[in-house]
Design a protein around this ligand. Structure first.
Ligand code: GRF
Length: 216
Protein backbone atom coordinates (compact mmCIF):
# COMPACT_ATOMS: atom_id res chain seq x y z
CA UNK A 1 0.00 0.00 0.00
CA UNK A 2 1.47 3.35 -1.04
CA UNK A 3 0.95 6.30 1.28
CA UNK A 4 0.10 9.55 -0.44
CA UNK A 5 0.75 13.02 0.92
CA UNK A 6 -1.36 15.63 -0.85
CA UNK A 7 -0.31 19.31 -0.86
CA UNK A 8 -3.01 21.88 -1.57
CA UNK A 9 -3.61 25.61 -1.33
CA UNK A 10 -7.28 26.01 -2.25
CA UNK A 11 -10.38 24.31 -3.62
CA UNK A 12 -8.95 20.79 -3.57
CA UNK A 13 -11.04 19.33 -6.39
CA UNK A 14 -8.11 17.27 -7.71
CA UNK A 15 -7.45 15.94 -4.21
CA UNK A 16 -11.16 15.07 -4.01
CA UNK A 17 -11.13 13.28 -7.36
CA UNK A 18 -8.18 11.12 -6.22
CA UNK A 19 -9.89 10.42 -2.91
CA UNK A 20 -13.14 9.37 -4.64
CA UNK A 21 -11.21 7.05 -6.92
CA UNK A 22 -9.56 5.43 -3.89
CA UNK A 23 -12.94 5.08 -2.18
CA UNK A 24 -14.48 3.49 -5.29
CA UNK A 25 -11.62 0.99 -5.60
CA UNK A 26 -10.35 2.32 -8.96
CA UNK A 27 -7.06 3.15 -7.20
CA UNK A 28 -6.37 0.04 -5.17
CA UNK A 29 -2.83 0.29 -3.88
CA UNK A 30 -2.88 3.69 -2.21
CA UNK A 31 -4.28 5.58 0.70
CA UNK A 32 -4.12 9.27 1.50
CA UNK A 33 -2.04 9.55 4.65
CA UNK A 34 -2.17 13.32 5.04
CA UNK A 35 -3.30 16.52 3.34
CA UNK A 36 -1.15 19.58 3.93
CA UNK A 37 -2.08 23.15 3.09
CA UNK A 38 -0.19 26.44 3.26
CA UNK A 39 -3.55 28.23 3.42
CA UNK A 40 -5.67 27.71 6.49
CA UNK A 41 -8.86 28.60 4.59
CA UNK A 42 -8.31 26.08 1.82
CA UNK A 43 -11.64 24.40 0.95
CA UNK A 44 -9.76 21.15 0.44
CA UNK A 45 -9.10 20.99 4.20
CA UNK A 46 -12.87 20.69 4.77
CA UNK A 47 -13.02 17.81 2.29
CA UNK A 48 -10.28 16.05 4.27
CA UNK A 49 -12.08 16.68 7.55
CA UNK A 50 -15.40 15.34 6.21
CA UNK A 51 -13.66 12.21 5.01
CA UNK A 52 -11.71 11.54 8.18
CA UNK A 53 -8.33 12.23 6.60
CA UNK A 54 -5.58 13.83 8.67
CA UNK A 55 -4.97 17.36 7.52
CA UNK A 56 -2.44 19.95 8.57
CA UNK A 57 -2.08 23.67 7.95
CA UNK A 58 1.54 24.76 7.87
CA UNK A 59 1.93 28.50 8.06
CA UNK A 60 4.66 30.03 5.92
CA UNK A 61 4.77 33.39 7.70
CA UNK A 62 8.30 34.57 8.44
CA UNK A 63 9.88 31.40 7.09
CA UNK A 64 12.39 31.10 4.27
CA UNK A 65 11.61 28.59 1.52
CA UNK A 66 14.16 26.17 3.01
CA UNK A 67 12.72 26.49 6.52
CA UNK A 68 9.19 25.96 5.27
CA UNK A 69 10.12 22.98 3.15
CA UNK A 70 11.93 21.42 6.10
CA UNK A 71 8.63 21.54 8.03
CA UNK A 72 6.89 19.98 5.03
CA UNK A 73 9.45 17.18 4.80
CA UNK A 74 9.21 16.46 8.53
CA UNK A 75 5.41 16.29 8.38
CA UNK A 76 5.42 14.03 5.32
CA UNK A 77 8.00 11.76 7.01
CA UNK A 78 5.91 11.68 10.17
CA UNK A 79 3.07 10.21 8.08
CA UNK A 80 5.41 7.82 6.22
CA UNK A 81 4.50 9.33 2.88
CA UNK A 82 5.83 7.52 -0.22
CA UNK A 83 4.42 9.75 -2.94
CA UNK A 84 3.79 13.50 -2.85
CA UNK A 85 0.82 14.73 -4.88
CA UNK A 86 0.77 18.45 -5.72
CA UNK A 87 -2.84 19.44 -6.24
CA UNK A 88 -3.05 23.17 -6.68
CA UNK A 89 -0.20 23.83 -4.23
CA UNK A 90 0.77 27.44 -4.92
CA UNK A 91 4.38 27.35 -3.74
CA UNK A 92 7.59 26.59 -5.54
CA UNK A 93 9.44 23.73 -3.86
CA UNK A 94 13.10 23.95 -2.90
CA UNK A 95 15.78 21.73 -4.47
CA UNK A 96 16.19 20.10 -1.09
CA UNK A 97 12.53 19.03 -1.04
CA UNK A 98 12.65 17.74 -4.61
CA UNK A 99 15.82 15.77 -3.84
CA UNK A 100 14.28 14.33 -0.68
CA UNK A 101 11.38 12.85 -2.68
CA UNK A 102 13.20 12.38 -5.97
CA UNK A 103 10.93 10.87 -8.66
CA UNK A 104 8.16 10.60 -6.10
CA UNK A 105 6.51 14.00 -6.52
CA UNK A 106 3.84 14.53 -9.16
CA UNK A 107 1.99 17.63 -10.26
CA UNK A 108 -0.94 18.55 -12.49
CA UNK A 109 -0.79 21.61 -14.72
CA UNK A 110 -3.76 23.01 -16.69
CA UNK A 111 -2.04 23.11 -20.11
CA UNK A 112 -0.32 20.83 -22.56
CA UNK A 113 3.24 21.13 -21.30
CA UNK A 114 5.74 22.30 -22.36
CA UNK A 115 3.35 25.06 -23.50
CA UNK A 116 2.05 27.66 -21.06
CA UNK A 117 4.10 27.02 -17.96
CA UNK A 118 3.53 29.06 -14.83
CA UNK A 119 0.47 30.90 -13.61
CA UNK A 120 -2.79 31.43 -15.55
CA UNK A 121 -2.09 28.72 -18.09
CA UNK A 122 -5.67 28.81 -19.38
CA UNK A 123 -5.48 32.60 -19.91
CA UNK A 124 -2.15 32.18 -21.69
CA UNK A 125 -3.77 29.62 -24.03
CA UNK A 126 -6.68 31.97 -24.83
CA UNK A 127 -4.33 34.90 -25.43
CA UNK A 128 -2.18 32.83 -27.77
CA UNK A 129 -5.24 31.71 -29.73
CA UNK A 130 -4.42 27.99 -29.68
CA UNK A 131 -7.19 25.68 -30.86
CA UNK A 132 -6.38 22.94 -28.37
CA UNK A 133 -5.00 22.96 -24.88
CA UNK A 134 -5.46 20.54 -21.99
CA UNK A 135 -3.83 19.25 -18.84
CA UNK A 136 -0.61 17.44 -17.98
CA UNK A 137 0.42 15.19 -15.09
CA UNK A 138 4.18 15.04 -14.70
CA UNK A 139 6.96 14.18 -12.28
CA UNK A 140 8.41 17.23 -10.58
CA UNK A 141 12.00 18.27 -11.21
CA UNK A 142 13.97 21.40 -10.36
CA UNK A 143 12.53 23.21 -13.39
CA UNK A 144 9.07 24.75 -12.94
CA UNK A 145 6.30 22.79 -14.73
CA UNK A 146 8.81 20.44 -16.29
CA UNK A 147 9.71 16.79 -15.77
CA UNK A 148 8.72 13.47 -17.34
CA UNK A 149 5.13 13.48 -18.56
CA UNK A 150 2.82 10.75 -17.29
CA UNK A 151 -0.53 11.69 -18.86
CA UNK A 152 -2.12 14.46 -20.86
CA UNK A 153 -5.65 15.37 -21.87
CA UNK A 154 -6.45 17.35 -25.00
CA UNK A 155 -9.24 19.90 -24.76
CA UNK A 156 -10.55 22.09 -27.59
CA UNK A 157 -10.67 25.85 -27.17
CA UNK A 158 -14.07 27.10 -28.37
CA UNK A 159 -14.58 30.47 -30.05
CA UNK A 160 -16.76 31.82 -27.24
CA UNK A 161 -14.60 30.51 -24.40
CA UNK A 162 -13.81 32.67 -21.39
CA UNK A 163 -11.02 31.88 -18.95
CA UNK A 164 -13.67 30.35 -16.65
CA UNK A 165 -15.38 28.19 -19.25
CA UNK A 166 -12.07 26.90 -20.58
CA UNK A 167 -10.75 26.24 -17.05
CA UNK A 168 -13.89 24.29 -16.23
CA UNK A 169 -13.60 22.12 -19.35
CA UNK A 170 -9.94 21.41 -18.60
CA UNK A 171 -10.67 20.68 -14.92
CA UNK A 172 -13.11 17.90 -15.85
CA UNK A 173 -10.29 16.14 -17.66
CA UNK A 174 -7.85 16.79 -14.79
CA UNK A 175 -10.21 14.74 -12.64
CA UNK A 176 -9.68 11.81 -15.02
CA UNK A 177 -5.98 11.93 -15.74
CA UNK A 178 -4.82 12.61 -12.18
CA UNK A 179 -6.50 9.53 -10.65
CA UNK A 180 -5.35 7.50 -13.66
CA UNK A 181 -1.76 8.63 -13.11
CA UNK A 182 -1.90 7.79 -9.41
CA UNK A 183 -3.30 4.37 -10.30
CA UNK A 184 -0.48 3.71 -12.76
CA UNK A 185 2.25 4.80 -10.35
CA UNK A 186 0.88 2.83 -7.42
CA UNK A 187 0.54 -0.27 -9.58
CA UNK A 188 4.24 0.14 -10.45
CA UNK A 189 3.43 0.52 -14.12
CA UNK A 190 5.58 3.56 -14.71
CA UNK A 191 9.26 3.00 -15.21
CA UNK A 192 11.60 5.98 -15.21
CA UNK A 193 15.08 5.89 -16.63
CA UNK A 194 17.00 9.09 -16.04
CA UNK A 195 14.62 11.86 -16.96
CA UNK A 196 12.47 9.78 -19.30
CA UNK A 197 9.54 7.49 -18.77
CA UNK A 198 10.44 4.33 -20.65
CA UNK A 199 7.44 2.22 -19.83
CA UNK A 200 3.86 2.99 -18.99
CA UNK A 201 0.84 0.80 -18.32
CA UNK A 202 -1.48 -0.50 -21.04
CA UNK A 203 -4.34 1.51 -19.57
CA UNK A 204 -2.98 4.56 -21.30
CA UNK A 205 -4.56 4.85 -24.71
CA UNK A 206 -5.03 7.77 -27.02
CA UNK A 207 -8.83 7.66 -27.04
CA UNK A 208 -8.99 8.44 -23.36
CA UNK A 209 -7.22 11.71 -23.74
CA UNK A 210 -8.79 13.38 -26.72
CA UNK A 211 -11.83 14.85 -25.06
CA UNK A 212 -14.88 15.66 -27.14
CA UNK A 213 -16.49 18.77 -25.60
CA UNK A 214 -19.93 17.29 -26.25
CA UNK A 215 -19.12 14.52 -23.77
CA UNK A 216 -18.34 16.90 -20.95
C1 GRF B 1 -5.90 22.98 -11.14
O1 GRF B 1 -6.33 23.67 -12.27
C2 GRF B 1 -4.52 22.41 -11.36
O2 GRF B 1 -4.28 22.06 -12.70
C3 GRF B 1 -3.61 23.56 -10.96
O3 GRF B 1 -4.27 24.16 -9.88
C4 GRF B 1 -5.67 23.91 -9.94
C5 GRF B 1 -6.06 23.26 -8.64
O4 GRF B 1 -7.44 23.07 -8.54
N1 GRF B 1 -2.29 23.09 -10.65
P1 GRF B 1 -8.02 22.23 -7.34
O5 GRF B 1 -7.58 22.91 -6.04
O6 GRF B 1 -7.49 20.83 -7.43
O7 GRF B 1 -9.51 22.29 -7.49
Amino acid sequence: MYKLGVLISGRGSNFHSILKNIQSGYIKNAEIAVVISNNKNAKGLDIALKNGIDSVFIDSDNLSREEYDKLLIDKLREFDVDIVILAGFMRILSRRFIKEFKNRIINIHPALLPSFRGLHAQRQALEKGVKFTGATVHFVTDELDDGPIIAQSVVPVLSDDTEDSLSERILKTEHKIYPLSVKLITEDKIILKGDKIISIGDDLNDDFYAVNPKEL
